[in-house]
Design a protein around this ligand. Structure first.
Ligand SMILES: C[S@@+](CC[C@H](N)C(=O)[O-])C[C@H]1O[C@@H](n2cnc3c(N)ncnc32)[C@H](O)[C@@H]1O
Ligand SMILES: [Zn+2]
Length: 183
């Protein structure tokens, strides 16, 4: 953003990589999955080994912010295709994994998911909802709740035989558009 870059001291810009290394601790690799290119979208999470049903694979981490702050950071109107790392925890809070997030942010959505998000208090964990084969892409149902959503921004590319056509929750798809979202 222009305002922030204008405020950034020149010396800090020159020493950019040294500053980053000093402030961010590298995340140890997750024992259950690695991150690679995905046929669904961008990067995805792929099982390194067989994952038994019920395994707690990873916690969804990131900065905890209000929905108002999330709307300030990510404005649907300026996106050609929705892309964020947000996870809603409650009516007040969501997690933005784009900041201080871990590799849970690379798990894509599927309409036939092999994982599920489990909330424990205010924490979110991704669990295996069935046994997952080595090499399989991990996924859970995002079921995004968005008021007055522009369905065209949320098209699903999961490839499941019964893909519902959108990464929105069925209740967030306006009735007049639900037929179109399934195509
Ligand atoms: C938490 S990120 C997942 C990681 C993402 N693939 C990446 O490389 O950054 C969520 C974003 O990925 C994309 N995405 C995830 N699952 C998708 C799907 N089934 N169909 C289309 N886009 C998907 C959407 O843009 C969504 O906002
Ligand atoms: Zn789908």
């Amino acid at each position: 953003m222009p305002a922030a870059s204008a405020q950034r001291p020149k010396a800090a810009t020159k020493k950019k990589s040294a500053t980053k290394t000093a402030t961010r601790t590298p995340e140890p690799p997750n024992p259950w999955f690695l991150v690679e290119r995905s046929a669904i979208q961008g990067r995805g999470a792929f099982a390194r080994q067989r994952i038994p049903k019920g395994t707690r694979i990873i916690e969804y981490l990131g900065e905890r912010i209000t929905h108002a702050e999330a709307s300030r950071r990510y404005d649907d109107a300026s996106m050609r295709r929705h892309h964020t790392f947000l996870f809603t925890v409650s009516s007040r809070t969501c997690i933005d994994a784009a900041r201080t997030g871990n590799d849970a942010r690379f798990i894509n959505h599927s309409c036939a998911p092999n994982c599920e998000a489990v909330q424990v208090g205010t924490r979110i964990f991704i669990h295996a909802r069935r046994a997952i084969r080595a090499g399989e892409e991990l996924s859970y149902d995002y079921a995004y709740e968005v008021e007055d959503a522009d369905v065209d921004l949320y098209v699903c590319r999961c490839g499941a035989p019964r893909c519902r056509g959108t990464i929105l929750s069925p209740s967030s798809v306006p009735k007049t558009k639900s037929a179109r979202a399934k195509n």
